[in-house]
Design a binder for this molecule. Structure first.
Ligand SMILES: *[C@@H]1O[C@H](CO)[C@@H](O)[C@H](O)[C@H]1NC(C)=O
Ligand SMILES: *[C@@H]1O[C@H](CO)[C@@H](O)[C@H](O)[C@H]1NC(C)=O
Length: 255
């Protein structure tokens, strides 16, 4: 697995000589060189489909990091992040960590994952590499508030399609119209790409349970510090700020 080959392929696309070299993550805003458009759904809510633009920086030979935006608006809404690793790296993860990651085999083979504007001679070698990668995605803009002008709520764990479910045909069609892509044609052009079997543990939703984030809210022992401040003098206030416990004449603890 050599993500540096993605860099050299993109360099070719930019018209540079074949023997030129490009150091990883060397160009573009925030070093993003790879642009991917695809589809996501919310873990635990397979019907909640989203289209996602990924702007990715090649960090090392087995690690890519992407910022994710919702296409359509200008500027686009910043939706989340995706980390991408090679199959080799994924295989070595602990079992519980694996369950947060999704496979890319089907996304590549189905043509759902695209590089809008790039010809097959550039797309094909890059997809040959991405087909054996795994992504971990969190959307910081919750899907339930995509229509809001600010993100409301907490981040969500996201998964990619595997063919067990698919984004709606109309949703894919609207992507194709927006970017001038042809998902059917792209799928045909990638027919010869060999997709290795998905490593067990990825796409954990398929095992019949749903992982999702929750906000924890822990009451601190000195949570009544504010009430204490009101009643007590300056000395006590300082103690409250410092988090000291104090027992009053009636045996009641403060701060
Ligand atoms: C997309 O590609 C397919 C397969 O080559 C072709 O049959 C179809 O007409 C194309 N669709 C459009 C809208 O160009
Ligand atoms: C956290 O708990 C406190 C104390 O019960 C409550 O006042 C606060 O609204 C809670 N915050 C959230 C975000 O649930």
């Amino acid at each position: 697995m050599h993500f540096s080959r993605i860099a050299s392929t993109l360099l070719l696309a930019a018209g540079a000589a074949a023997h030129s070299t490009m150091s990883l993550g060397a160009v573009g805003p925030n070093n993003a060189v790879l642009f991917l458009n695809g589809f996501h759904f919310i873990s635990g809510n397979e019907g909640k489909q989203l289209q996602a633009d990924h702007y990715c920086a090649l960090i090392s030979n087995d690690f890519i990091q992407c910022t994710i935006y919702e296409p359509g608006a200008n500027p686009e809404k910043l939706m989340g992040v995706e980390y991408i690793i090679s199959g080799d790296r994924f295989a070595k993860l602990p079992d519980e960590e694996k369950q947060l990651w999704h496979s890319h085999q089907y996304e590549v083979k189905s043509g759902l994952l695209t590089q809008p504007g790039l010809p097959p001679m550039i797309d094909h070698p890059i997809m040959e590499i991405l087909v054996n990668t795994y992504g971990k995605t969190f959307h910081t803009w919750p899907s339930s508030s995509m229509k809001n002008d600010i993100p409301i709520g907490i981040p969500e764990l996201i998964f990619g399609y595997t063919g067990v479910t698919n984004p709606d045909d109309d949703f894919v069609k609207s992507r194709d119209e927006f970017y001038g892509t042809n998902t059917t044609l792209i799928k045909e052009q990638r027919e010869d790409i060999v997709d290795p079997p998905v490593i067990p543990g990825a796409d954990s939703w398929k095992y019949g349970y749903s992982l999702q984030l929750a906000l924890s809210n822990t009451t601190k022992p000195n949570a009544d510090a504010a009430a204490c401040d009101k009643e007590e003098g300056e000395k006590e206030k300082r103690d409250c700020v410092n988090g000291f416990m104090r027992v009053d004449k009636r045996g009641v603890s403060h701060c």
